[in-house]
Design a protein around this ligand. Structure first.
Ligand SMILES: Cc1cc2nc3c(=O)[nH]c(=O)nc-3n(C[C@H](O)[C@H](O)[C@H](O)COP(=O)(O)OP(=O)(O)OC[C@H]3O[C@@H](n4cnc5c(N)ncnc54)[C@H](O)[C@@H]3O)c2cc1C
Length: 632
């Protein structure tokens, strides 16, 4: 079978579905190939989207027109805004999802997109002509001609799963075949390394004494991840908290030698911030107990995900340690936990568009770039998908800067710093947290997406409505004067003309403890009626205006540096005034700007100063050589 398209996306995980959707939305003919169309965007591990930093990424993917936000709304069975007691710069929306509903929603949203075709198959090879990717071949014999190829094969590349020591079997996820031929083909083009991760066992909720456990309900405040469309939100469900104590520690310690992680069966490095229970007990021997959260897998199943007990111990040990948990003394384990190791491609091989440097038209996104997490994968998927499409259309690339999006931070970290363990996003990775909030994602990114043709007509209309509503309330806050006695608390100094006994609503909102809702009808001036999420976004923008402005100015100063471009053919190794480490790293990474060079570990401020001088000398030398050649 011969097929042809503009962009072919390999793999229908979180990165793949967003890459395919982004390319299709931007109007190029797109084909998504994945081995099981019934499992698109399958959550391999915990059934939840979002969290601190990750929740902002989910909102950013949505603001760029992606599908993660809508699918989460359609599947969420519990919602909580994490960090609400802290400043809004670090709030993290998180939704517990019905695993099956999530997959169904993603499939529906993909099928709504004109220009996107789906094919159930396994890609065995990328076809390369010279140094350009021109298509793929599949196991069932399809030959697909394409102008750009996006690889998003997740944990499947030479994937090997372990349940106990010496038990490794080839698999991409439990019950799913690994991707070996594709890994071998790509391995001949790119540098390859190996990482590992793990998942906990699942249990049957009917065999847990839930009434003895601490119940955790979601927030009552309504919240939607999606800014451009409203999905019907399903019934809500609680989670349950229990604790792993001394008995569990003893079982794990006695069996450490039978763990794949500690028995020497796994070589890859794992995520430091998502450790297995073996890791926790070895690394924190004095911690008296570890929290375990039982999370519902869905509305129509009693199965529970045992968050906090990721493991590579054998099944009998897993059963034994589960039964030490209060409330789980008679538990039935429905699925065993396991560890998985897989190939990834160290991301210094990529440009900021996520195109590989060595093969033009070949883009990589998601776990294959050394990251971990659904949201990290989805964010990269959007970047790779849109850039593949823009390349096909002959248009300028789409690169998000570090002050524009967490996705910009993520991609820049990958490309500039590389990874030495599975990369996960944290708020601490972003320099401009107050700009990169979850509430302002549509305002930050919606217009950029619209201008680059990444939104559908419906999404564009919804964005226009939303921005207009935000503007109406912003203007109201700035221009409406209210009696100061309408709210309690000391006023902040005002630059506006003083009017005895009254102040702009914006100023009143900045008083400690005052909420936008307190001002809705204060002093008889009625605020324009807008959706709650719009009001919440404007509230934060107004309340923190001074800080936000200062951060914006700082970002502008950093940008000036960022704009100094570095040519791709600079002979870094010959720049002898730089340290050897700096020369080597610059030669390998080939940063696109001076700012990116400055973020490379090992490149010091002194190296940067010398780099500017070396580049000037090199340029002068080039033009004098050119002049001599022309004169001779
Ligand atoms: C056991 C396990 C535990 C995990 N634990 C955690 C955790 O605790 N925390 C966390 O944040 N993340 C965890 N993850 C990682 C998380 O699942 C991934 O980060 C996320 O799914 C990555 O998305 P992706 O799109 O890159 O890849 P995936 O979701 O893995 O999707 C890859 C897709 O590519 C398809 N594919 C593979 N090979 C081919 C081929 N040759 N042709 C066509 N299609 C192909 C697959 O079928 C799949 O649909 C875990 C993953 C696993 C497997």
């Amino acid at each position: 079978m011969k097929l042809s398209c503009d962009v072919v996306v390999v793999g229908g995980g979180h990165a793949g579905v967003e890459a395919a959707a982004a390319a299709a939305r931007s109007g190029v003919r797109t084909l998504l190939i994945t081995p099981d169309l019934g499992r698109v965007a399958q959550m391999s591990c915990n059934p939840a989207i979002g969290g601190v930093a990750k929740g902002v990424v989910a909102r950013e993917v949505d603001a760029l027109g992606g599908i993660m936000g809508r699918a989460t709304d359609a599947a969420r069975i519990q919602f909580r805004m994490l960090n609400r007691s802290k400043g809004p710069a670090v709030w993290g929306p998180r939704a517990q999802c019905d695993r099956a509903l999530y997959v169904l929603a993603v499939r529906r949203l993909l099928e709504e997109l004109p220009g996107l075709e789906l094919l159930q198959d396994m890609v065995s090879d990328v076809v390369v002509d010279g140094r350009r990717a021109v298509g793929v071949r599949t196991r069932s014999g399809a030959e697909v001609e394409a102008r750009a190829v996006v690889i998003t094969a997740g944990t499947f590349l030479r994937g090997r799963i372990h349940v106990g020591a010496d038990t490794g079997v080839g698999a991409g996820r439990a019950g799913e075949a690994p991707s070996v031929e594709l890994a071998e083909g790509l391995g001949s083009l790119l540098e390859v390394a190996r990482f590992k991760t793990g998942t906990p066992p699942r249990v049957d909720g009917r065999t847990v004494r839930l009434e003895e456990l601490q119940r955790q309900d979601g927030d009552e405040t309504p919240f939607r991840f999606a800014a451009y469309a409203a999905e019907a939100v399903p019934e809500q469900r609680p989670c349950w908290i229990t604790w792993a104590g001394e008995d569990l520690k003893r079982v794990v310690r006695e069996n450490l030698g039978r763990s794949a992680l500690y028995g020497g069966s796994i070589s890859g490095k794992g995520p430091r911030y998502c450790p297995s229970i073996e890791d926790k007990i070895v690394r924190f021997p004095d911690a008296p107990r570890h929290q375990v959260i039982l999370e519902p897998e869905g509305l129509h199943t009693t199965e529970l995900y045992v968050n906090g007990l990721s493991t590579s111990l054998p099944a009998d040990v897993q059963m034994a340690f589960l039964r030490t948990l209060p409330g789980l003394e008679d538990v039935h384990m429905t699925r065993v936990g396991y560890a998985i190791e897989y190939d990834y491609f160290p991301p210094h091989q990529l440009r900021h568009t996520l195109e590989t440097r060595v093969v033009a038209g070949l883009f990589l996104a998601g776990q294959v770039n050394g990251t971990t997490g659904y949201e990290e994968a989805a964010g990269q998927g959007v970047v790779a998908g849109i850039n593949a499409a823009l390349q096909v259309k002959g248009e300028e690339p789409f690169v998000l800067e570090r002050d524009q999006a967490y996705i910009g931070v993520l991609v820049d970290d990958l490309v500039s710093r590389g990874v030495d363990e599975p990369y996960r996003l944290f708020t601490s990775r972003a320099e401009f947290r107050l700009l990169l909030r979850q509430d302002n994602a549509p305002r930050r990114l919606g217009p950029l997406a619209r201008d680059r043709g990444m939104l559908t007509a419906d999404q564009e209309r919804a964005l226009t409505r939303r921005l207009a509503a935000e503007e109406r309330v912003l203007v109201w806050f700035r221009e409406t004067w209210l009696p100061t006695r309408a709210v309690a608390g000391p006023a902040e100094p005002s630059d506006a003309t003083p009017e005895p006994g009254s102040a702009p609503a914006a100023e009143l909102l900045r008083r400690p403890g005052v909420r936008a809702e307190d001002l809705v009808k204060a002093g008889g001036a009625t605020m324009p009626e807008v959706p709650e999420d719009v009001l919440a976004a404007v509230e934060v923008e107004v309340k923190y205006e001074g800080y936000v402005m200062r951060e914006r100015e700082r970002a502008m100063r950093v940008r000036k540096h960022a704009n100094i471009k570095l040519a791709n053919d600079l002979p870094y190794l010959g720049f002898v005034t730089l340290s050897f480490e700096a020369r080597e790293k610059l030669q390998r990474i080939r940063p696109e700007t001076l700012a990116q060079a400055g973020r490379i570990p090992g490149v010091s401020p002194a190296d940067l100063q010398n780099l500017i001088l070396e580049v000037r000398r090199w340029r002068a030398q080039l033009s004098s050589d050119g002049a001599t050649a022309a004169g001779g």
